[in-house]
Structures are given as C-alpha cells and as structure tokens.
Design a binder for this molecule. Structure first.
Ligand code: CU
Length: 391
C-alpha cells in the first residue's frame, strides 16, 4: 500500500469512529489530530533520501620492505624459478631480486595512528595497494593522512569531486595559501582530504552497481606511485550499497592493478641498489628492476583470489605505468561480462579501468594472467580458485 493511500485509510477509520457514539467530542478531536500527525511523519520520512554518510579512513604513508614473491618460487607453475625468471626474482651480483624498500599507504584504526588495521582474507590480494575506500553516491570520503615517511607525499583521487584544497597535486593552477597545503604533506605532518561522492563519481548508465577509481600520491606523479603510493576506491550506485558502502549485488570483490613497476623510478632506488655495490651488468640490473606484477605480486604469488561457483563476483581491473603497460588480463576456466558483452580477456592501458562481473560455473584452480607474451614470462601471472557451490 502506498503512503498516501495509508493516510487516507487511517483518516477514514478515525472519521467512522465518530458514528459509534461512545466517544466524547474532545476524544474524537484528539484522535483526528493523532492521525494527521502520523500521516505527516510517514509522508516526510518516505520523501527523505537515505542518510548520506561520512566515510572516514586513517591512512599513513609508511616505509616498508616489500617482497614481490614471498614464496620464493613460481607458484603458478609449481616449481623453482627458471634462469630467465631469476632476473626478476633472485638476488645476484647485478640484480636486486624480489625484495625492495617501498613506501605504501597503510590503514590505521584511528587518529592515534598506533594500530594498523588488519586486512581480512577477502582483501589480502590487495598486496602493496593502499586500503579500499568504499562509499555510496551521496556520501563524503574523509581521509586523515599522516606522513610517516621521510619525503613529502600527498593523496590525489580520481573520479570524486574535490576542492583545490583536497586535490593533492601541485601545478600552475593559480591557487595559493591553504589551497597548497594538500599538495605535499611534509614528513611527520597530518592533513585531512575530503572528497564528495557525487553522481558523476558513481556508476554510469551502462556500468554495474559499483565502479572503482585510483588514488595515488602526486608530489611527483611518476616517482611517488613507483615508490608504492597507490590504491583504489569503490563507489556504489545510490540505493545499492550495504551499510559499509559496498555493493549488495555481489558476493566478492577483487581489485587488480596490472603494472610493470619500474623500481629504478622509486625514490628508494639508490638505497635498494646499495648492497650490490659496483654493478657488473647494467642491462640485467635495469631489466631486473622491471617488476611485472599484479598488486605487487609476481609469478602466482598473489594470495586469496577465491570465489564460489555460482556466486557473482566483481573484478575492478586497472592498468598503470608507461608505454609498456598495455595489459590483457585473461581468466582460464570462466568468462566475464563487460559492458553487456561476454569476454575472457580484457584490454587495459595505463591508469584506465574496466569493471567486469564473473559468475563462475567451473570450479577448480585456474590460471589468471596478462596475455601479453613478454609479461607472461616476466611474471604477470596468478591463480584464482573457484570453490564448488556445495562446499
Ligand atoms: Cu601485461
């Protein structure tokens, strides 16, 4: 029954009670007033939109030691690294191996920045990416950013609406004063970024119920992300989110950034090369710094890409980097829907995204890799696991 119809019915019931003849005039008047107030309350509450939320995240830029291949072997093939693979994954007189000093966006539980917020297994696959900011159209995202590293960094978001004081990038835009504070947050300082999640940041007419955008440091738009300061946020269509801002129409979400991260562009490049001393083979050294990764993992080391047969999952796919970064993620065993079309391979370019849905019908452990030849051999490979529906 519609709200207006309910009000009419309520008023009718009250009016009919006048003819019963057992109530006094003042009682009847009170009942009619109560009905009117009740109707007014129902009408107002049905006209108001769901309360927009402020989504608050505590994020630090922090130096860490990152391992692109914690298992120290080729997980996708189930064997030790071959000689060619060792260029990227093993330490030698001319190659650094899989372990680098990096600076990452690390999520904390509160403004004291004492306790790191642990990731559950659903999000372990994020690897070196920063935390996911979930929000629904109409919300505001507020990031309290503390720079715990020793260089100035920022957070520049894609997609969402920001004033100049929350853009996180410095260039010749004619701004001054407080509008420059967000551009480069100095070592030890804290800054609050605030972004409006307007309709234009949410899914378009042909998008699924949620889409994703990158965010990254932009003091240097090249060196900062190469050092590790990059992450993604997920925006859900208005009315389609749960209380945490996540899309209700999918059981699992995955964010994958396909990227040949050039560790020679990291602010820590010299420090990382220090233990090698005088480098014998500079070609091997430069090649070995090109980490062909998904979320900071090579050769099948990305963990917990798990989903269930018959359950709908959403994959937010990004490219990043330079002219070598044309990537074609490909799933064995199952297919995906993109833009209303069926596919098992998707094409990506640097900082572009595509969002696809997969409802797997084939249980098992499957290959998932970039289909560019050179990228397969250099380690841009993974395994994803489809658990049987009855398990
Ligand atoms: Cu690729």
């Amino acid at each position: 029954m519609k709200m207006k119809e309910m009000c009419v019915l309520l008023t009718r019931i009250r009016l009919q009670s006048r003819h019963v003849g057992v109530k006094t005039a003042s009682n009847q008047w009170m009942n009619m007033m109560r009905s009117a107030l009740l109707c007014l309350a129902i009408l107002i509450s049905s006209a108001l939109p769901a309360f927009a939320k402020e989504r608050v995240y505590y994020v630090a830029a922090q130096d860490v030691i990152w391992d692109y291949a914690p298992s120290q072997d080729n997980q996708m093939m189930g064997r030790e690294f071959s000689e060619d693979e060792q260029v990227f994954a093993a330490k030698s007189a001319s190659t650094i191996g899989s372990t680098y000093k990096k600076t990452l966006y690390i999520e904390y539980t509160d403004a004291s920045f004492n306790t790191v917020k642990e990731r559950d297994s659903d999000w372990a696959h994020l690897g070196f990416l920063g935390p996911v900011f979930h929000a629904e159209v109409g919300d505001t995202i507020k990031v309290i950013f503390k720079n715990k590293s020793d260089r100035p960094y920022s957070i520049h978001p894609h997609g969402v609406f920001y004033e100049k004081s929350s853009e996180g990038a410095r260039y010749n835009d004619g701004t001054s004063g407080n509008d420059l504070l967000d551009d480069a947050v100095q070592s030890g300082e804290t800054y609050i970024y605030q972004w409006e999640v307007r309709e234009r940041a949410g899914p378009g007419p042909k998008d699924p119920d949620s889409i994703a955008w990158l965010y990254h440091s932009h003091v240097s738009g090249i060196q900062d992300p190469s050092t590790g300061l990059i992450g993604a946020m997920i925006i859900t269509r208005k009315g389609a989110a749960d209380t945490l801002g996540r899309p209700r129409d999918v059981a699992r979400e995955f964010i994958n950034v396909f990227w040949v991260t050039d560790e020679s562009l990291s602010w820590h490049a010299d420090k990382n090369a220090e233990p090698l001393g005088q480098i014998e083979d500079t070609d091997a050294f430069e090649e070995g710094n090109l980490m062909h990764n998904i979320n900071g993992y090579i050769y099948g080391n990305i963990p917990d890409l798990r989903l269930k047969e018959g359950e709908k999952s959403r994959w937010y796919l990004f490219g990043f980097g330079s002219e070598v970064d044309l990537h074609t993620p490909h799933w064995h065993g199952n297919t995906v829907l993109w833009d209303g079309r069926r596919a098992d391979t998707i094409d990506l370019l640097p900082a572009s995204h595509k969002i696809v849905d997969m409802t797997p019908d084939a249980p098992g452990t499957w290959m998932y890799h970039c289909h560019v030849n050179d990228h397969i051999s250099a380690g841009m490979t993974a395994l994803y696991h489809v658990l049987p529906a009855n398990e």
